[in-house]
Design a protein around this ligand. Structure first.
Ligand SMILES: [Zn+2]
Length: 151
């Protein structure tokens, strides 16, 4: 992936201004969401070393192999809880879409990921797939924002 390319996390920025410097260790994720985005992008560009280094040692799998047939196509962050520069923990709910290159079949992963910050570094701990505990608004809300939430 070239630095001038669109970042796979679809932040609207280039890879060189978004997840690229995190993958290269030049910058740290300031928020849990930034780390989550960079991990999604790492799946997209198949950066296994970054996926391992951003995974909490307590929950990190001993081996990590990515299926070369699985292409990650789109990320939508649905909701976040805490995970800011002054927090030590946070959660990010997202939907990630992928496609199997060989068959063309598409799929989606809906997950709430948990993160902690240790020694100034955000780390992925684990996640619940399919659950949606962060969404407090009506089920039909496209933004995940509660209809009664202040604007
Ligand atoms: Zn990015």
């Amino acid at each position: 992936m070239d630095d001038a390319d669109r970042c796979p996390c679809l932040s609207g920025d280039t890879y060189g201004a978004c997840c690229g410097p995190l993958h290269r260790g030049e910058r740290r994720a300031a928020t849990a969401e930034a780390l989550m985005r960079s991990r999604y992008s790492a799946y997209a560009v198949r950066d296994v070393a970054y996926l391992r280094s951003s995974w909490h040692p307590r929950t990190r799998p001993p081996a990590l192999e990515l299926d070369p047939d699985q292409e990650w196509r789109r990320l939508d962050v649905v909701a976040t809880r805490a995970g800011g520069p002054f927090d030590d923990a946070g959660e990010v709910e997202f939907v990630a879409r992928y496609r199997w290159a060989t068959t063309g079949h598409a799929g989606r992963l809906h997950e709430v990921s948990r993160f902690v910050r240790e020694g100034g570094r955000w780390l992925y701990v684990d996640g619940d797939v399919g659950a949606s505990p962060l969404r407090t608004g009506s089920a039909g809300s496209a933004t995940g924002r509660s209809p009664t939430a202040p604007r």
